[in-house]
Design a protein around this ligand. Structure first.
Ligand SMILES: C[S@@+](CC[C@H](N)C(=O)[O-])C[C@H]1O[C@@H](n2cnc3c(N)ncnc32)[C@H](O)[C@@H]1O
Length: 195
């Protein structure tokens, strides 16, 4: 599905970074792991700040576009085609993890998120933005599957080893290419890995 969606010249989520990420990027240190990086807008942005970024996604078409965007901006990013359902990040390696619109079924999150906490160094940061369950009723983007949509309670339950620095649910205007357009309900989370 994602390869088909990405098989167009246009960058369907745009070339500019997610605005929540851009606002808080100063908190991030490399190496950064980017979950479900897609067409590269967020990884390329972080690389342009001088951070080393490893972007993982299941779509080879998306990641080829990510590498093309990196070349056009004169930065380097490392990308890996992998299914997050079986992905095993290196333990105690990353100083930051980002997850932007990486909507995953709970069956995958249950396996992946403990590994994400383990892959962070103590004091490392996770920054996540996802559509919330309230987005289910809207037609401005995101999966039509409540299980893949987030809540503050899910975040607290699924990241027990990360102390929230910021955790909120809000409505905001999202303008990211063709698929994310308009007022949307999102959960935003910045957590710090406990020592
Ligand atoms: C809504 S897009 C967001 C892309 C990017 N994070 C951004 O903000 O532009 C969701 C991405 O999740 C990826 N994805 C979904 N399920 C996945 C899985 N099980 N393993 C790896 N990638 C997955 C898709 O390939 C797609 O690139």
């Amino acid at each position: 599905m994602w390869n088909e969606r990405y098989a167009v010249d246009e960058y369907i989520y745009g070339k500019e970074p997610n605005s929540f990420l851009a606002e808080h990027a100063g908190l991030l240190k490399g190496p950064v792991l980017s979950l479900a990086e897609g067409e590269g807008r967020n990884a390329v942005f972080l690389a342009s700040l001088g951070l080393k970024v490893h972007g993982v996604d299941g779509s080879d078409v998306g990641l080829a576009k990510a590498q093309a965007l990196a070349r056009s901006r004169g930065v380097e990013i490392h990308t890996e085609v992998a299914d997050l359902g079986v992905f095993r990040p290196e333990v105690n390696h990353y100083r930051s993890v980002i997850s932007i619109s990486a909507h995953l079924p709970s069956a995958i999150r249950e396996k992946l998120y403990p590994l994400i906490e383990k892959c962070l160094k103590p004091g490392g940061i996770i920054l996540l933005e996802a559509y919330s369950e309230a987005q289910f009723a809207r037609n401005t983007g995101g999966p039509k599957d409540l299980d893949m949509l987030m809540t503050q309670a899910k975040i607290e339950r699924e990241f027990p080893d990360c102390e929230p620095i910021l955790l909120r649910e809000l409505e905001r205007e999202v303008r990211e290419g063709t698929y994310h357009t308009g007022v949307a309900s999102v959960v935003q989370f910045i957590g710090k890995k406990k020592p």
